[in-house]
Ligand binder design. Structure first.
Ligand code: NAG
Ligand code: NAG
Ligand code: NAG
Ligand code: NAG
Length: 499
């Protein structure tokens, strides 16, 4: 090694450093990049003062005895190669290395001492390898580590002391591994971790105090098989702002930290959301509840306490046919509302926080286009331009099916009951008229009957002879009781016969 350095120094800056075919070298930085040129070993004749070296996409299977010449490396990329092992002490001279990329190799195991010497390492990318374990102590050699990427490996557990000497670690990616339980004991050492990713594992439940790292801000748990979350699972996470729990099997919304700013609950087995679940999350500004095939009911007070909610997505829940009245009224800051792909038949303007809303998506529902949606037709037609809303199609009534609601503004939207009212009024009017006619006829008939009973000449017309002729006109006899009723009538001069 020293010989090479001497030779290289002897050449001074007079000639450019050796740069293999296909590589790009910059002696100012200095840096070298040999990306995808089919190299099988790391070329040792590059400028020994290299600070950045990119060897990605080659066929390098070993780094044994090749990096010792590059003591000043700050950044080394060996991703997409054929490394099966890092060996031991092969990075011993890289005291200045800050970023080491080893993704997409075939590393299955890290020997103790594999990272020896990496005093300054800040970013270590080991994702997309075949790591089955991470022996306790192997990471002790990189005490400045801030970002550790271990996604897409075969890890299923971590010894308790794995992270014991990583006080600066702030980001740990363990997604796409085989964890069945949260490695709580190992994580416990990460006093300063801000972002933890455990997505795409095989977690089924989150026990009490599953997470004890108090500085955590972002926790990603999507795409596991979680169906049970202890009520105090997140209890220590008092700074947590982002939580993703989508793609699990949750039947209820778990108890979530009050500090939360964003919560994703898509693709779960939720059937209903009750008001107590989102109690106390005054800071929540973004909430996603989509693609829940069993979700059919939202309690009217579900969002009662979510006073800071700004973006709400409740979409593609086919059993959700109804928005309870007042569900969204109490959200003074809601500006983006996505209700697309549900089974909603109608949406009343009064149920939406119209004052703050800037975007409203109601596409792909089962909207019945009647007079109740006139307000929406106006919005869609851009009458009120402050609210942006993509056009929606009607599902019913049959004659409006498939038509865009914005085009039906005006007379297109009638209500079933309006037609009924018209028909009903006609029927009522007819009945009234019929009744009146009948009554009239009946009255006439009765009067005629009465006249007939009293005889032709009664009451006497103006030309009738008076006093009436007793021979021609029959004497009328009135019964006593009948007489009573007629005492005040004009019938006076008639002889009364007591029977
Ligand atoms: C990785 O290594 C295993 C055995 O260690 C081998 O079977 C496999 O083919 C290797 N994969 C690649 C992409 O080289
Ligand atoms: C999802 O919820 C439904 C209704 O509550 C239940 O019948 C079903 O078993 C649940 N599925 C899973 C995988 O938990
Ligand atoms: C437009 O929307 C605002 C609130 O967003 C509302 O106050 C106003 O009445 C609406 N105007 C019309 C014409 O609908
Ligand atoms: C319009 O249709 C919806 C959905 O079927 C219904 O709930 C609503 O009552 C209808 N509006 C009127 C005024 O009939």
């Amino acid at each position: 090694m020293w010989t090479w350095l001497v030779v290289w120094s002897g050449l001074g800056g007079a000639v450019l450093a050796f740069c293999p075919n296909g590589c790009k070298c910059n002696d100012q930085v200095p840096s070298a990049g040999c990306v995808g040129v089919g190299l099988t070993v790391l070329p040792i004749l590059l400028n020994p003062r290299l600070r950045h070296l990119n060897m990605a996409h080659n066929l390098i299977s070993s780094i044994s005895q090749s990096l010792e010449f590059f003591k000043q490396l700050v950044e080394l990329d060996l991703s997409h190669n054929l490394l099966t092992s890092l060996g031991t002490r092969n990075l011993n001279e890289q005291h200045q290395l800050q970023e080491l990329r080893l993704a997409y190799n075939n590393l299955t195991h890290l020997e103790p001492g594999a990272l020896r010497g990496l005093h300054s390492l800040n970013i270590l990318d080991l994702s997309h390898n075949g790591l089955k374990d991470l022996p306790a102590g192997v990471l002790d050699d990189a005490p400045r580590l801030g970002v550790l990427l271990l996604a897409h490996n075969s890890l299923h557990q971590l010894p308790q002391h794995t992270f014991r000497s990583l006080p600066s670690l702030h980001t740990l990616d363990l997604c796409n591994n085989y964890f069945r339980v949260v490695p709580t004991a190992a994580l416990d050492y990460l006093y300063n971790i801000k972002s933890l990713l455990l997505c795409h594992n095989r977690l089924t439940h989150l026990d009490s105090h599953a997470f004890t790292t108090r500085e955590l801000i972002s926790l990603s748990l999507e795409a596991n098989k979680i169906d049970l979350v202890a009520s105090d699972a997140f209890q220590h996470l008092q700074k947590l702002k982002m939580l993703t729990l989508n793609d699990n099997m949750l039947g209820t919304v778990p108890v979530i930290p009050r500090s939360l700013d964003s919560l994703v609950l898509d693709k779960n087995n939720l059937t209903t959301i009750t008001p107590e679940t989102l109690q106390g999350v005054e800071r929540l500004s973004t909430l996603d509840i989509s693609y829940c095939p069993h979700l059919s009911r939202l309690h009217p007070d579900t969002f009662h306490n979510c006073l800071n909610l700004q973006r709400l997505t409740i979409s593609h829940n086919p059993l959700l046919r109804h928005l309870p009245h007042g569900l969204l009224r109490s959200l003074p800051r809601l500006n983006r509302l996505d209700l697309s792909g549900n089974g909603l038949k109608t949406v009343s303007k009064a149920s939406l926080p119209m004052a703050s809303l800037q975007y409203l998506d109601l596409r792909d529902n089962l909207l019945v286009c009647n007079c109740s949606l006139r307000w929406l037709a106006s919005v869609l037609a851009g009458v009120n331009t402050s609210l942006v809303s993509p056009d929606v199609q009607c599902s019913a009534p049959p004659k409006l099916k498939g038509l865009f609601l914005s085009r039906l503004r005006g007379s297109g939207l009638v209500c079933g009951w309006q037609g009924q009212v018209v028909a009903g009024s006609v029927v009522v009017v007819c009945c009234v008229m019929l009744l009146a006619t009948l009554t009239l006829l009946l009255c006439r008939y009765q009067r005629r009957q009465k006249r007939e009973k009293l005889g032709r000449g009664w009451p006497p017309g103006p030309l009738a002879p008076w006093p009436p002729d007793h021979h021609s006109a029959p004497t009328r006899h009135i019964m006593a009781d009948e007489y009573l009723y007629h005492t005040c009538s004009s019938i006076t001069k008639i002889p009364v016969t007591e029977v």
